[in-house]
Design a protein around this ligand. Structure first.
Ligand SMILES: Nc1ncnc2c1ncn2[C@@H]1O[C@H](COP(=O)(O)OP(=O)(O)OP(=O)(O)O)[C@@H](O)[C@H]1O
Ligand SMILES: [Mg+2]
Length: 406
């Protein structure tokens, strides 16, 4: 029920208006002065206040000011004495909804109350509309966020596609450049070595020449990497044993691993079935994994265990049909941080210092393994360190026949 509060010091008026308004169906509260009136506004939060301007003590204008200051919902209708227009204007300026002059016309009062209630409904609708708008703009902004995310994904995919295209072009370019540079570099290195041999031990040019030799050697190595990267070297597929290939790779690094205090734990499957592969190419893969593990464990504090665990086994392929050889290389290094896990197979991605890594090792390995119809992935595991898992189809299976005929 709609609450109307009457604030008037004249008891007669209060009583008459109360009867009238109650007949109209309102719940009517009364107050004989401003202070009680303000108190009632606070407690009852009426929709309408009918307020006499002229009252002893706190006058109607002040009471009005306080009601509006309380942020109450009430619309205030002032009652002014005859000729009180000035007061009425002051009241309207302070936020009164309307004013009625004495003697009070009941019809006029009821009309005024109805208009005030209408205004209140409008205001409430407006408030609701603003809240709805805010809510829907929040929902929209959620949608916008989702769209933005999708767009970002799209852009990423696009970037990846562009990258793949670039890599292709880069591969061809690299192949051309590598081919052209290989010969002159080998000549430079050879001549520098010959001059070096002729020089006397104390010759001041010796150190410079040694740098030339070591740097050209480095350039030749980069070129070899680029050649492999662009698949310039022909594959030589034969029946071969992965265990033997791993052994051969380890042999090359035996003393180096020992110098670095790296212990190698081998868990090789006996009678591992052969695969169809290029021994030299796979040796390159294993060599890169060994070097990566060595580099990673070099960062460990002194005294921390440095272990490279290599395991081979036979398992079933994903479809549970054919046998595949599984190889795992796991080190006890610092591992690979989540934020770069998706990048390590990218060509030229390296975290190693300038002049240390070319960032081609894993992308070359990935390419070689793919040409063997195999897989390589970084494992998600609980232990410390990084673990790479590879699979190769066993010789004689459908997939290995494909691998042998690239
Ligand atoms: N065992 C590992 N532990 C920690 N990080 C590794 C490991 N293996 C690879 N990474 C990370 O992956 C990056 C890419 O490796 P990748 O072998 O492709 O290139 P590289 O070793 O930096 O350079 P390159 O092999 O060409 O000399 C490395 O720079 C390193 O950040
Ligand atoms: Mg490497």
């Amino acid at each position: 029920m709609i609450k109307v509060l009457l604030i008037d010091d004249e008891e007669m008026i209060r009583k008459r208006l109360k009867d009238l308004l109650e007949m109209e169906g309102y719940q009517v509260l009364t107050a004989e002065n401003g202070i009680i009136g303000l108190d009632t506004v606070e407690k009852e939060n009426p929709e309408i206040v009918i307020l006499d301007i002229k009252m002893p003590g706190m006058d109607g204008i002040e009471v009005l000011g306080r009601i509006k200051g309380q942020l109450a919902q009430a619309e205030v209708i002032m009652i002014t004495g005859h000729g009180g227009t000035e007061h009425a204007i002051a009241a309207l300026k302070k936020g009164a909804f309307d004013y009625i002059t004495k003697p009070i016309s009941y019809d006029e009062l009821i009309i005024s109350i109805n208009r005030a209630l209408e205004k209140q409904q409008h205001v409430q609708k407006e408030i609701k509309l603003i809240a709805d708008l805010k809510e829907s703009s929040e929902a929209n902004s959620q949608k916008a966020n989702a769209l933005e995310k999708a767009l970002l994904e799209l852009k990423k995919t696009q970037a990846m596609l562009i990258q793949a295209g670039k890599m292709n072009a880069l591969g061809q370019l690299a192949a051309g450049v590598a081919h052209e540079l290989n010969q002159p570099l080998t000549t430079i290195k050879g001549n520098a070595q010959i001059i070096l041999e002729d020089l006397k031990a104390a010759d001041s040019s010796k150190e410079g020449l040694e740098t030339i030799v070591s740097q050209t050697q480095r350039m030749i190595k980069i070129i070899q990497n680029l050649k492999t990267f662009s698949r310039m070297t022909a594959f030589d597929f034969k029946d071969m044993s992965i265990n033997e290939c791993i052994d051969a790779s380890l042999l090359l690094f035996q003393s180096q691993l020992k110098n670095h205090n790296i212990q190698v734990d081998l868990d090789m499957f006996h009678n591992l079935p052969f695969i169809c592969g290029d021994f030299n190419q796979l040796q390159q893969v294993f060599t890169n994994l060994i070097v990566n593990a060595r580099d990673a464990m070099e960062e460990l504090p002194k005294g921390d265990p440095r272990i490279l665990r290599i395991k081979t086994s036979v398992i079933k392929d994903d479809e549970g049909k054919d046998d595949v050889v599984e190889v795992v290389f796991q080190d006890s290094g610092p591992g690979i941080p989540q934020e770069i896990r998706s990048e390590i197979f990218n060509p030229f991605f390296t975290t190693k210092g300038v002049g240390k890594g070319t960032g081609l090792g894993l992308s070359i390995s990935h390419g070689i393994i793919q040409d063997h119809a195999g897989t390589i992935e970084l494992m998600n595991h609980q232990d410390k360190g990084a673990a790479f898992r590879m699979t190769f189809p066993v010789l004689g299976t459908q997939k290995s026949r494909l691998a042998g005929q690239p």
